[in-house]
Design a protein around this ligand. Structure first.
Ligand SMILES: [Zn+2]
Length: 246
């Protein structure tokens, strides 16, 4: 996050399209009634820029301002961590513990977890896909069970549980009681995963973030909610880079 600058100055005569094309990464611009100044940040989920600006700021003015921050943008890009593909030899977290991906052509294709290793056979070019499939399956099994447990404690039940990989969201709960969670949560320590599950289950009862919602979320999760939340904020960017190609 960089400090916003309230004093907007631009003199460039370039077109909107030219300004946008001069930026090194895609940009999303949101004008907010509550924004008092322009603010630029990186969206870890998309790898693009997110610019929030005061209501009625023209798109062209916003783009020109963003372009003036090019040094900052370049510095952020240089600092950005690389993706971590699921490749043989790679170390990845599983339920918060480091394990190593091992490819052994003579081993069964279906990945086996044990002794700090996730071992898979079959053709090498399918390793990443098989590892991801394994993780998604484990994520769905584990979190379906946890949804059931939390929902019983909340006196409610979900109409469905699924896993996906939806941008910047770790979980969602529809008004019809369908809970969707990021499969990447199986990589995180259990308390982080359980916090997201408890949060979405609490939405089965309250579809808002009211005080009653927060009380239920805290009751379901138990002590340590703030720590779990803070950990997710800290490790979230890496979780999103895991399993993505370079
Ligand atoms: Zn929520």
């Amino acid at each position: 996050m960089m400090p916003g600058i309230s004093n907007i100055m631009w003199s460039s005569a370039r077109s909107e399209a030219a300004l946008e094309a001069a930026l090194p990464v895609p940009i999303e611009i949101r004008c907010l009634r509550t924004a008092k100044r322009l603010r630029l940040r990186f969206d870890d989920a998309t790898g693009g820029l997110l610019l929030t600006c005061p209501w009625r700021t023209s798109r062209r003015a916003a783009l020109a301002w963003a372009l003036d921050q090019r040094d900052w943008i370049e510095a952020q890009l240089a600092r950005a961590e690389p993706n971590e593909p699921f490749a043989p030899g790679a170390a990845i977290p599983f339920e918060g513990e480091d394990i190593r991906i091992v490819w052994d052509a003579s081993a069964p294709r279906t990945p086996q977890l044990g002794d700090g290793e996730l071992r898979t056979g079959g053709p090498e070019d399918g390793v990443a896909r098989r590892i991801e499939l394994f993780l998604k399956r484990r994520a769905l099994e584990t979190m379906s069970r946890e949804v059931g447990e939390f929902a019983a404690a909340a006196g409610s039940s979900a109409t469905g549980v699924s896993v996906g990989d939806a941008g910047s969201r770790w979980g969602s709960c529809s008004s019809r009681g369908r809970i969707r969670l990021s499969w990447r949560l199986i990589l995180a320590p259990p308390n982080v995963r359980r916090y997201v599950v408890a949060h979405e289950v609490a939405h089965l009862v309250h579809l808002d973030h009211s005080a009653r919602f927060k009380a239920l979320e805290a009751r379901l999760f138990g002590p340590g909610l703030a720590e779990a939340k803070a950990t997710l904020r800290r490790i979230g960017p890496r979780l999103r880079r895991l399993g993505r190609q370079r």
